[in-house]
Structures are given as C-alpha cells and as structure tokens.
Design a protein around this ligand. Structure first.
Ligand SMILES: C[S@@+](CC[C@H](N)C(=O)[O-])C[C@H]1O[C@@H](n2cnc3c(N)ncnc32)[C@H](O)[C@@H]1O
Length: 422
C-alpha cells in the first residue's frame, strides 16, 4: 500500500539531491519571515508543563524544564522561539539551509540567547541517539526524498519517555498548492528551464496577479497576493512535497516505531478556530463516531471535514504506552487544578532589522480568563483541591468525551495556558 499521497515528489531523485534542492530553495526563500515581535517567558517550567499536559502527562515529567530540546529543520525562527519559551532548557536548532541558520543566529545574538545552539545538518544523516526529551519538527519531513528516513532520525533521537511534536501536510489542505506546483514545473520544463526558480517565480507571480479562469484556483491564487514572497514560494514553488491523511501518517509513524498521541493545537488552527477533531454528527452516525477508537475517529473527521479538518499536527511518542484520549480525559477529570501565570518580555522588530525589548510588562495567559464561557466557569471554580469532575458536576456540565476534550483543550494546553494539575 502506498501510505502517502504525492503528486509532486520528484521520485527519481535521491536524498542528497533533494537536500541540495531544499538547501537552494530555502537559501533563496528564507522561511518563515521574521516576526514583528518575539515573546520570552520568565518561568522556565511554564511552557514545558503545558506541553506535557496537552500530550497527556499531567505530572509534567516527560519534558523537564531543564531538558534537552531539538528543533529539527528549524528554518529562520522556530529554534529562537523555542529557546525563548523554554529558558531553562538546552535547545538545539538544525537545518540544511545555511542562510536560514544565519538569520536565526543573528536574531539569537540580538536577543542575547544563551540556551540555543545552531548547527547545519541534514535529517537524512542520523547523529543523535536517545538524546532529547522533546523533538519539534514541523513542516519538514514531507519535503524530503523519503520522509520515512528523517522521521527515523527523529525517532532515534527521542528519549524513551520523550515527546515529539510533528506536523506534516494534510492532503485535504494541499489540493491547490500541489496542483499549482506540478503545473508550474511542467510549464518551466516546456520553457527549457525545468526546476529553475528564476524562471518559475515570474510565471508564478504573474498568475497570482491575474488568473484568467474563474474557479477555486483563481480564488486560491488571489489569497496569495498580499503574502510575503517566502510564503508564496513555500506554497506555490516547493520542489518536493508529500501529503498525508491521519491513516497514512499513523502508518508512517508506526514504521519509525512511533505512535500518534494527542493532537496539538497549533497557532494556525487556533487563529482560524479550526482545531477540533470532533464532528457534531447526530443519530446513528453520531453514536458510531463516538464509539470509534482515536485513530479511526480522527481519520473519519479528516475525511468528512476535508479542507476544514485541522492540520496534521500531533504529539508522538515511542509506541508502547500510548495513552488514549479517553484515558487522558479521565485523568483530567480526576485531578484538581490551579490557575497558572507567567511574566513575559516582548521584543519588537524595529525598522533597522533589530529586535529591542519593549518597556511594557505582560503576562500569560492572555486574555487573563478563558473566552469560552464554560471554560471560564471551570477556571473560576478551580482552587487546587476539588477534582475537575466535581466542578463539572457543580456547574451541570456534560462529561461526554467531546465536551471534556473541548474544555480540557481550552484550559490546560500551551494555546490556552490557564490551569495546571495540582
Ligand atoms: C517550511 S520550512 C519550516 C521551518 C520551521 N520548521 C517552521 O515550522 O517554521 C522547512 C525547513 O526544513 C528544512 N529542511 C528540509 N529538509 C531538511 C533536512 N533533510 N534536514 C534539515 N532541514 C531540512 C528547510 O531548509 C527549511 O528550513
């Protein structure tokens, strides 16, 4: 069985050749662009604790505040952002793009970061053995010749109880991008300059500016008009890309000795409000959906939500010991929780390209109370002694899995860092 969906991967090229193509591509288009502000956390345990909770570990032991973290394929910013969020951890950022690492190093220098090391290395050449408590790799392995190889590298590097955060493309999000990529590649070949970004970029920009055929491609290209060039290039010109469904991602993970754990609420889905894997089906279909195990439930949601399904952004761990969503929810209901807070510092990007510290003090969570009314009521009632189930009962809240998942997500995760298990 082919367990990925690919209509763009250059199957006749080997890993070293694809690495070279990616190095050139991300050397030309440094991804992502530098953010206007960066946030540093004062409490070294804050982010680690919420990360553990979202992954299903309410004791917060899997990723210690002073642990080892690897941001693999870190691009320009992700390793810096991670070092700021985990100030007590040792963070390693690696990438194959020399230029992206230079951008990251310059930002780290401006911020005076001392817990970050940057190295140029390919994930196709394994170097680490059980060396990291947390491995972050988002938007990387699907650009490789055989994503199984870099995923194997990540799996080997993860400690036995460690937590991996992985994102690969959701097939149902990539219809227009991969169709456009393949078309532009064919057009550039016909012009005698196949694979030549210098030839493909003007053709692409012209079609983004005006596309003659009304339809979903025209709508999609119109959305690219105001985006920075690296974003347009990453969507429309990527030379190599695979995409997955929940089912094919789970199969890929299993071959690397990994199991999909819980979904991770990422910044993109949070912004669009599209992060729930629960479908509001009714009648017999709703009952059947609720009875499915995690993997089949997420797969059905992936199939039926299509382009509105969340990104394939999950926590993974070494196979044995995977906790189901029902187990994580049961522990959430059994534990008492306390409100959490953390001071932050904000660095603002100036017009001269330098980050400087904002004089304005801020703290997490922001806003100070959950926006969701039911989550807000649970937050107000959490005093560190009564178990969550007693609070659900007191407030008359249902305890079906979908409801508990929604409220657990809105209260105890890095995207909504309101409560920590007492
Ligand atoms: C789309 S960017 C994502 C960057 C970053 N992970 C983020 O989410 O912001 C993909 C990055 O993966 C890097 N990359 C691709 N293949 C790689 C490999 N085999 N080893 C290391 N880095 C790789 C690219 O150079 C690029 O910086």
């Amino acid at each position: 069985m082919t367990d990925y969906l690919s209509f763009n991967a250059a199957e006749d090229l080997d890993a070293a050749e694809i690495d070279r193509i990616n190095r050139d591509f991300y050397g030309r288009f440094n991804y992502p662009w530098r953010p206007l502000s960066l946030t540093a956390l004062a409490d070294p345990a804050f982010q680690a604790r919420f990360l553990c909770q979202e992954a299903g570990d309410f004791d917060g032991t899997a990723v210690p505040a002073d642990g080892d973290i690897w941001v693999a394929g870190c691009g320009t910013n992700q390793a810096v952002i991670t070092a700021l969020r985990f100030p007590g951890a040792r963070v390693l950022g690696t990438d194959i793009s020399t230029r992206s690492l230079e951008v990251a190093a310059e930002t780290a220098r401006q911020l005076g970061l001392t817990n970050l090391t940057l190295e140029e290395a390919s994930l196709n050449e394994p170097r680490h053995e059980a060396a990291f408590d947390h491995v972050i790799c988002t938007g990387v392995i699907h650009h490789n010749a055989d994503p199984e190889v870099p995923l194997g590298t990540l799996a080997r590097a993860l400690r036995p109880c460690g937590v991996m955060e992985l994102m690969v493309y959701n097939y149902y999000h990539r219809t227009h991008t991969t169709a456009f990529q393949k078309a532009i590649r064919t057009l550039s070949r016909a012009s005698g300059r196949g694979g030549d970004i210098a030839a493909e970029l003007p053709m692409t920009m012209q079609m983004v500016a005006t596309f003659p055929q009304a339809g979903s491609m025209a709508d999609f290209l119109a959305l690219q008009r105001d985006l920075p060039e690296p974003a347009v290039a990453d969507s429309l010109l990527q030379p190599v890309e695979y995409s997955y469904t929940v089912e094919t991602l789970a199969a890929l993970a299993a071959r690397a000795g990994l199991a999909l754990g819980q979904p991770c609420v990422n910044q993109f889905d949070r912004l669009s409000g599209q992060f729930s894997w629960d479908l509001a089906l009714t009648g017999p279909a709703g009952e059947a959906f609720a009875a499915l195990d995690d993997m089949r439930r997420w797969q059905v949601a992936n199939l039926l939500m299509v382009e509105k399904s969340p990104m394939l952004w999950f926590y993974l761990g070494h196979g044995p010991g995977r906790r189901t969503r029902a187990e994580v929810n049961a522990e959430f209901l059994a534990r008492p929780f306390c409100p959490a807070t953390c001071e932050t510092r904000t660095y603002i990007l100036g017009e001269d390209g330098h980050y400087s510290l904002s004089p304005r003090a801020a703290r997490l969570p922001a806003p100070a109370e959950p926006a969701d009314p039911q989550a807000r009521a649970l937050f107000a009632a959490s005093d560190g002694t009564a178990p969550m189930r007693a609070l659900f009962d007191r407030l008359g809240l249902a305890t079906d899995e979908a409801m508990v998942t929604r409220l657990r997500t809105h209260l105890t995760t890095p995207a909504f860092p309101y409560l920590v298990a007492a």
